[in-house]
Design a protein. Structure first.
Lengths: 385, 582
């Protein structure tokens, strides 16, 4: 029984369907079964009536004219109201399923996705990059933050029953929790040009131990945040934006602890400093000016790729991301026990618990961690991302 | 009418075969056809050109199905395949489905059914055919020059910034073609309001007129939106203004909203006329008034109105807001109800009816069954959680083909058969017609039912190649292609016998079925002016009258009896000509 909605849904499987490999899949299959039953019932009723009438009331003599019957208000109301009520039950079930699927949980493992003609590029927070393949651990909640470099694509995991378009100029999100180890196909599901049908791959769901081995196999790759830190320095962002708490305010807002907060902007109101706002600030800084600052930030349009923007975002969100162990204030190199390749985040801590929360929000609840052979109790040390 | 002076000419041959002067033989020469103001001739012009574009679209369909026999892309390159499915969609949607029933059956029948001599604006009617031809020629030229590969949906930014094909030219053809729809819709609305015969009140109108009226509302309100959308795509593509380009401050999803704001009502343009035809077919061939007339009439209007409010159900995974998605989902369920009401009313009409198995009735049966499946799978798609999994897969392809082919095309074929005697004065061969209907039905289901299964299993649409590690997928594709072959044969058969019948078919009486409706009160084929005297309507819709009251309206001469045996009057000579003074 899956309790994802709070309502127990029996785990049904329907013929001619992909494997059920996520917590969401049984819900979609159960909804599908309900829809099939309704469709088959109504179709059968109509077809049986048609055939029955066609035979029973077939013309028997060429000049017969049957008695006209013009209508019945009772029948009209009945067969309007009852289908409408059935349709409303379908709406409620469908909408609640959808709503839950689109709300990514806070404490999910983040993966950045960039689609481009004609491949999918994935980057784990620990730095591993994959093309057309995505390794994820079994039982972990995985949140994909996605965009595209060129045209609209759509990332589709049939075995998870999820799909979301990637749109240029904005981030879209998808999340899942895989329930069955194995290799499942992924497809591009929005026509995108010549090699649209070749733009697929696989998602590989691994037991947590196997996943950690796989992560360890990528030793030496920098985390996304440390790559972002490099870019931050190379592109000259640090000349205007402080990354440490305290110290002199620069020409631009200090970025320490800024991610997730509300920022007052010139003109009206406030904006939440999230991925989309940071991306906009890099590419179109004049769109929203932080209150109290001059509009002097240059645009970096054309100078950073979508993947680099995501790395910068990873870096910025690691700044001042609350208390605890390694990785605090990720802008201080050497603050950890790991080697120079790791920058602000310890791969050891990350790898030992891939389910570490990714949101720096204060007071976010402890994640419910499944048992894992290593580091299952390292919750505190791994609160930081 | 003396024939001696014309002996030996073609005119003589025509006149001696038909008992009367009718709209087909009233005048000769290509000018009399290409510069005609007669709505009936314009309907035949449309019939010919629509059939031509249908065959082009069908050829592209054959290419798609042949390629998909194998998982690999072995028949053509991906770039070619992408053009092939695009051309199939453009030709079928814009040049076959949207104009088919309104421009052929609508043009022919709307004036006749209401008792008028022609449409309100005959010259605009002819203009709309020329605009249709111009749009068709431009689009066909785009296909011949090298084609377009954006999909018939032209999504940006692929169509504006990335495609290297004839996007602007194809878009221009569609833009031009839209005006043909708008003018036709305008004509029908004005005609229905102002030219009904005395006594033909709104609630005595045949339900086909109600459907055409609702369709015409969508024509004039919706088509300008696609025109502007296509224009903006061209502007963006040529001038990079930044309407849809996020790098310039634009929004690519705005295109989707604009496109589907028209294209969803467009699918109701495709189905409403077919529903109107079905009402007529059932009333005629089951010899009963449609059960719940006013409910069926109002449901046409409800579908047209609600159809404008549901476009966002094409954008559930497009990054549209979750809350907008919920609203569109809710309204999409509501829009399904009037269609269901129609299906129930048609079924109820058959209760204690007198049902014939003539080809039009077989097509009507096929419509009801297949439209029910197509419509209910649409209801499935409106369920958000389910749609996420199957949108952009073959499930959607199967859904819309059930409605468009299993619904709209069956309605079109049934209507052609039903009114063929009236339009041409000839009967088609009934045995072949029933056989062809059966072949079409079987072929259609074999083609498209497997696609529902393919879709749920995850096969996306517009795929040139598909995974080789899913053997069941290829099995389903092979079934689908086999079905398409059968469907193609089934559609060829009427093509052949309709043409055959124009020369060798049995002459048709004024009212062969018989049916109610003013169009059956004129000879087959009708005279150019439809009714020599304006009819005065004193009966309700679908009222089967005693024979002597169902006579042909207008004068006839005793030595030219109109029509043959009238089934309701076996002793007489059917359709007795009576001189009616107004």
């Amino acid at each position: 029984m899956s309790l994802i909605q709070g309502i127990p849904i029996p785990k049904v499987s329907v013929p001619f369907s992909p494997e059920q490999a996520s917590t969401f899949a049984p819900h979609v299959d159960a909804l599908y079964l309900y829809l099939l039953l309704i469709t088959i019932s109504f179709t059968t009723i109509i077809m049986v009536l048609l055939i029955f009438f066609a035979i029973k009331y077939r013309r028997r003599s060429p000049d017969e004219v049957p008695r006209p019957r013009h209508g019945s208000m009772v029948l009209e109301v009945t067969w309007t109201v009852i289908p409408l009520m059935i349709a409303m039950t379908i709406f409620v079930w469908g909408a609640s399923t959808y709503f839950k699927a689109y709300r990514a949980p806070h404490n999910a493992m983040e993966v950045y996705v960039v689609g481009k003609q004609w491949m999918w590029k994935f980057q784990h927070q620990t730095g591993q990059r994959e093309i057309n393949e995505l390794h994820v651990p079994l039982g972990a909640r995985v949140k994909l933050t996605m965009t595209t470099e060129d045209v609209i694509h759509s990332l589709y995991f049939p075995a998870f029953r999820i799909k979301q378009d990637v749109v240029p100029g904005r981030y879209t999100q998808l999340w899942f929790e895989a329930t069955k180890a194995g290799t499942y196909p992924i497809f591009c599901a929005e026509y995108c040009g010549t090699n649209h049908s070749g733009m697929g791959g696989h998602v590989i769901v691994m037991e947590p131990a196997a996943y950690q081995e796989w992560l360890a196999g990528g030793a030496g790759s920098e985390s996304a945040a440390s790559q972002g830190q490099k870019l931050f320095q190379e592109r000259g962002c640090s000349s205007c934006h402080q990354v440490d708490p305290g110290g002199q305010q620069g020409r631009g807002p200090t970025l320490y602890g800024l991610f997730g907060k509300q920022q007052a902007i010139d003109g009206d109101g406030q904006v939440t400093v999230d991925e989309a706002y940071i991306r906009e600030s890099i590419l179109n800084p004049q769109a929203k000016i932080a209150l109290g600052f001059q509009p002097i930030m240059p645009t970096f349009q054309g100078q950073v790729s979508e993947e680099q923007i995501l790395q910068l975002i990873a870096y910025i969100r690691s700044l001042g991301a609350a208390q605890g162990g390694a990785g605090a204030g990720g802008g201080t190199p050497g603050g950890t026990t790991a080697g120079p390749t790791t920058g602000g985040v310890t791969p050891a801590s990350q790898r030992s618990n891939p389910l570490a929360p990714t949101s720096p929000r204060q007071g976010s609840p402890q994640p419910q961690l499944p048992a894992s052979p290593r580091g299952g109790g390292q919750a505190n040390a791994n609160r930081v991302r | 009418m003396s024939n001696e002076a014309n002996a030996g000419t073609l005119a003589h041959e025509w006149r001696s075969r038909f008992p009367t002067v009718n709209y087909l033989n009233a005048d000769y020469g290509w000018k009399s056809w290409l510069l005609t103001k007669d709505h009936k001739r314009i309907a035949l012009l449309y019939l010919a050109s629509i059939t031509f574009f249908f065959m082009i679209g069908g050829a592209y369909a054959a290419a798609i199905r042949l390629e998909l026999l194998t998982p690999q892309g072995d028949l053509m390159q991906s770039a070619t395949y992408n053009k092939v499915f695009t051309h199939h969609g453009i030709m079928m949607v814009f040049f076959f489905l949207i104009p088919s029933i309104p421009a052929t059956l609508g043009n022919f029948l709307v004036p006749m059914m209401i008792g008028a001599k022609d449409l309100a604006f005959p010259r605009i009617n002819l203009l709309s055919w020329y605009i249709y031809m111009l749009g068709g020629v431009i689009t066909f030229a785009a296909l011949l020059f090298g084609g377009v590969d954006t999909g018939w949906t032209f999504y940006v930014p692929y169509s504006t910034n990335f495609s290297n094909t004839y996007v602007v030219l194809a878009g221009l053809g569609i833009f031009v073609n839209g005006f043909s729809s708008i003018l036709t819709g305008l004509n029908f609305i004005v005609t229905t309001h102002t030219m009904r015969a005395p006594g033909m009140t709104w609630f005595r109108l045949p339900l086909f007129i109600w459907s055409m009226y609702a369709t015409s509302l969508i024509f004039i309100l919706g088509t300008p939106v696609i025109a502007i959308t296509v224009l903006l795509v061209a502007v963006e593509r040529l001038a990079h203004v930044g309407i849809f380009d996020p790098a310039l401050g634009g929004d690519p999803v705005l295109f989707q909203h604009m496109f589907w704001f028209y294209s969803h009502p467009a699918v109701y343009i495709m189905i409403l006329p077919a529903m109107g035809v079905i009402s007529e077919l059932i009333a005629t061939h089951a010899r009963k008034p449609i059960f719940g007339y006013s409910f069926v009439a109002f449901s046409s209007l409800a579908i047209a109105i609600f159809g404008f409010l549901v476009w966002g159900h094409h954008l559930f995974v497009s990054s549209q807001s979750v809350y907008a998605g919920m609203i569109f989902s809710l309204i999409s369920f509501v829009v399904a109800i009037p269609s269901a009401v129609k299906v129930f009313n048609w079924t109820a009409t058959l209760y204690k009816a007198s049902i014939s198995y003539d080809a039009p009735m077989l097509y009507a049966f096929a419509f009801i069954g297949l439209f029910t499946i197509g419509g209910l799978t649409g209801v499935m798609l409106a369920a958000l959680g389910f749609d996420v999994h199957v949108t952009d897969t073959y499930f959607v392809v199967a859904h819309f083909h059930y409605i468009m082919v299993g619904g709209a095309m069956m309605g079109y074929l049934g209507g052609l058969h039903n009114w063929w005697p009236k339009m041409t004065g000839r009967m088609y061969p009934e045995g072949w017609a029933r056989f062809a209907a059966l072949v079409v039905f079987v072929g259609f289901n074999l083609t498209f039912f497997p696609q529902f299964l393919l879709g749920y299993m995850g096969m996306p649409r517009r795929y040139h190649v598909y995974p080789t590690d899913q053997p069941l997928w290829q099995v389903l594709h092979v079934m689908s292609t086999g079905g398409a072959s059968i469907l193609g044969i089934g559609l060829l058969i009427p093509g052949i016998y309709f043409i055959w019948s124009m020369r060798y078919g049995r002459f048709a009486p004024a009212n062969p079925w018989p049916a109610t409706g003013l169009e059956w009160r004129t000879p087959s084929p009708p005279p150019t002016e439809n009714f020599p005297v304006t009819p005065v309507v004193t009966w309700e819709a679908y009222e089967f009258r005693p024979v002597e009251e169902m006579a042909v309206i207008g004068p006839g001469t005793p030595d030219e009896p109109i029509g043959g045996q009238h089934p309701l009057n076996p002793g007489g000579d059917g359709g007795i000509a009576v001189n009616r003074e107004p």
